[in-house]
Design a protein around this ligand. Structure first.
Ligand code: MN3
Length: 207
């Protein structure tokens, strides 16, 4: 049974960056639907007890085409939004400290260059999708973007997403309309770098 991460704040706590109605619809409708549809498909496919990271990085184990597609789309939607919502905080923003900050500097030159690169990838993703900061067990970082609800786990290259920027229109359209770049810029005001740092540590402890 896959369950949605709990939101630590009320829907209106993310204002003015993300409006309350967007948060409510995103979490209680979109994310809830991905979660329900994943559970239904996973039970049918006999993979309801697998850790979600393992499931998404070995989708070829699901032999039925329709179920595999349902698990890819809804399992991605479930996992991606658990990551997204857990890294958002009204007390977010600023920069990470410690090992993650050092790794960002090493890989991307500076925090600002990292932010610009991830923003550009997210803004220029054609259609619905995500921008990603991912890490592997060696502590290396990678930036990428994907379409739909795909994520870097599905590449099977050992990179685990540690921060995701949702650029589906449902994440921003009520407030930002067509101005995806404005939403992406403002999203960084909500990023809880403590959680992203913890995700970075976890990615390195993966066997
Ligand atoms: Mn979304």
């Amino acid at each position: 049974m896959f369950t949605q991460v709990k939101l630590n704040y009320n829907y209106n706590a993310y204002e003015p960056y993300v409006d309350a109605l967007t948060m409510e619809t995103h979490y209680s409708k979109h994310h809830a639907a991905y979660t329900k549809n994943l559970n239904d498909a996973a039970v049918k496919a006999g993979v309801g007890d697998m850790p979600i990271e393992d499931l998404l990085s070995s989708l070829d184990k699901v032999k039925d085409d329709a179920l595999r597609k349902a698990i890819r789309n809804n399992g991605g939607g479930f996992y991606n939004h658990n990551l997204y919502f857990s890294t958002m905080s009204p007390n977010g923003g600023g920069e990470p400290v410690g090992k993650l900050f050092e790794a960002i500097k090493k890989h991307f030159g500076s925090f600002e260059e990292f932010k610009d690169s991830l923003s550009q990838l997210s803004i220029s993703q054609f259609g619905s999708g995500w921008g990603w900061l991912s890490a592997n067990a060696a502590g290396e970082l990678s930036l990428s973007s994907t379409a739909n609800q795909d994520n870097p786990l599905m590449d099977g290259k050992g990179f685990v997403p540690i921060l995701g920027v949702d650029v589906w229109e449902h994440a921003y359209y009520l407030k930002y309309k067509n101005l995806r770049a404005d939403y992406v810029k403002t999203f960084f005001n909500l990023v809880d770098w403590n959680v992203v740092s913890a995700n970075y540590e976890k990615a390195q402890n993966k066997k």
